[in-house]
Design a protein around this ligand. Structure first.
Ligand SMILES: [Zn+2]
Length: 75
């Protein structure tokens, strides 16, 4: 007969600053479906949005960001 022992260990999760944050910007103007594409530098997605507004006048964007996180055992 087997027995399962569940042990709960406290962990913490933190961002990993050495790994880049990825970003993407989507234009929300009606009829426009342009987007920056996934950029591994958030500044590039921001620059794309600024250029897009300059070309089109579209001024509302949805932005997504993703970072990396590491879980470590607490204590
Ligand atoms: Zn647009």
């Amino acid at each position: 007969m087997s027995r399962t022992v569940m042990r709960y260990v406290a962990h913490t999760i933190r961002p990993v600053p050495d790994l880049r944050v990825e970003a993407r910007a989507f234009c929300l103007a009606s009829g426009c479906s342009q987007e920056s594409g996934l950029r591994d530098d958030p500044d590039e997605a921001q620059d794309w949005a600024l250029r897009h507004t300059g070309r089109t006048g579209h001024d509302l964007f949805r932005r997504t960001f993703s970072d990396h996180a590491r879980v470590t055992r607490a204590g």
